[in-house]
Write a protein that binds this ligand. Structure first.
Ligand code: FAD
Length: 413
């Protein structure tokens, strides 16, 4: 049988794969996405950052997200609120330093991912659901993937370029031996959707609420409201903090009881799906590309969920790689180390500074400091809104150094 050849083959139809596919289709490229699941399917990662909206706009997908918002109970989001031992603070993303959208949504990922995948299909991308990539060969000029179809047959397709957007499936890191342990410790997360029944009038559904555990500053919770009276609630911490003899539901509910603000807000909440667990989610790779392939989103590095940066990084990776693939397909010489891996890593490293500072408590000192300059807060707000590639922001350009100076000023309180 004649082998099928596409301009680009993408493994995975999550946000990075769908957005890369849509952008390539806009350039009239012939794109195949192999997706092992059937959509809509559950996925974690429900609080978007405003920077995402710019990438969705470039991919021609933002209108579909706005028009689907009401139907799919996407919750308008304009910021992030933080709570620690009775102290409360929040960042309004519309009061940020960087140019660009200041609002976004909290989304049920099953519907959001399905919407993006359908948008990509509408632009001409072929998606084969229920097909799983089993093997790859990137040694020839044209990379190829071996796929198990939904009926169990194996077949091979070639692309002029291969993108791994397989997220936690980590197809190329596994098959090409690219795995690198994350520099962050192993952490576990327990989470579920609740009928939240929150009746406190002071609760702001337009913001994600991040709560620090009253005794352990490295354990934290998310409360992500949707617009239909449901919410996603999760807790994150190192494994030894969770009693493994308890069921995931017992663990999550016990931890909610330990945080007074959540205990109050969720007093009448009811779990509406089974409590799920993700163990050891942080991951890294030795390299993000070869000559004829690149890793997008979570298939590359995943830091941590605390600042909801995962989907933003995934979409940024798609938006960086597509023009480079286009140049390559047009016969131009491209430098993926300089123009893909380095710029992507610059923003990831900025988030890394903030994630590290979150877990050792320095970020918490900074955000709860009472006399913060509004323009400094605007710069921090920009990063929390996902603008981690805006080098005009000093907290992006020199994140570690600037953050440490700021922390010295704030910790004296
Ligand atoms: P994915 O969304 O994982 O998509 C990968 C796709 O590839 C899947 O559909 C999968 O079925 C498919 N696939 C896998 N293997 C194969 C194969 N062999 N063949 C074919 N298809 C395959 N991010 C945020 O932005 N906001 C948040 O609030 C947030 N919260 C999080 C909370 C937790 C506890 C965790 C662990 C992560 C969180 N994230 C969050 C991160 C977010 O989940 C990811 O960053 C995001 O989903 C990455 O998108 P992606 O497109 O790279 O991969």
């Amino acid at each position: 049988m004649k082998k099928e050849v596409f301009d680009v083959v993408i493994i995975g139809a999550g946000p990075s794969g769908a957005v890369a596919g849509a952008m390539l289709a806009q350039l009239n490229r012939k794109v195949l996405i192999i997706e092992k699941e059937y959509f809509p399917r559950f996925s974690i990662g429900e609080s978007l950052l405003p920077q995402c909206m710019a990438f969705l706009s470039d991919a021609g997908l933002v209108d579909a997200v706005h028009s689907g918002a009401e139907k799919f109970a996407f919750q308008f989001k304009n910021g992030a609120a933080f709570s620690k031992q009775g102290q409360e603070t929040f960042f309004d993303f519309t009061q940020k330093f960087s140019e660009g959208p200041g609002t976004t949504y909290q989304v049920k990922r099953a519907d959001f991912d399905n919407l993006l995948a359908q948008g990509a299909q509408d632009k001409g991308v072929e998606i084969r659901y229920g097909h799983q990539v089993l093997a790859v060969d990137v040694d020839d000029e044209l990379p190829s993937v071996t796929v198990k179809s939904e009926s169990g047959e194996h077949y091979t397709v070639e692309g002029k370029f291969l993108l791994d957007a397989s997220g936690f499936g980590r197809v190329l890191p596994r098959l090409l031996d690219l795995e690198l342990p994350s520099s962050f410790p192993v952490r576990h997360s327990y989470f579920a959707h609740f009928q939240d029944n929150i009746c406190d009038a002071n609760f702001d559904r337009d913001k994600i609420l991040i709560t620090v555990h009253p005794e352990h500053q490295d354990i934290w919770y998310w409360l992500i409201p949707f617009s239909d009276g449901t919410a996603s609630v999760g807790v994150v911490g190192e494994p030894e903090k969770f009693d493994q003899t308890h069921t995931p539901e017992q663990v999550l509910l016990q931890f909610i009881e330990q945080a007074p603000n959540l205990k109050h807000l969720l007093a009448d909440a009811k779990v509406i799906n089974s409590v799920q667990t993700i163990r050891g989610y942080s991951a890294d790779v030795t390299r993000l590309h070869g000559d004829n392939y690149a890793l997008l989103g979570n298939a590359g590095e995943f830091l941590d969920p605390v600042f909801s940066s995962g989907v933003t990084i995934a979409l940024k990776s798609a938006s960086l790689i597509v023009p480079l693939i286009e140049d390559k397909l047009n016969g131009k010489k491209i430098d993926l180390a300089k123009d893909y891996a380095a710029p992507l890593k610059q923003g990831v490293d900025c988030f890394r500074t903030f994630v590290s500072a979150w877990y050792d408590g320095r970020f918490q000192d900074v955000i709860f400091f009472s006399e913060q300059e509004p323009h400094v807060r605007g710069m921090i707000s920009s990063i929390l809104a996902g603008y981690a590639w805006d080098l005009d922001n000093p907290y992006v350009a020199q994140s570690e150094r600037r953050f440490n100076v700021l922390h010295q000023l704030c910790k004296s309180e």
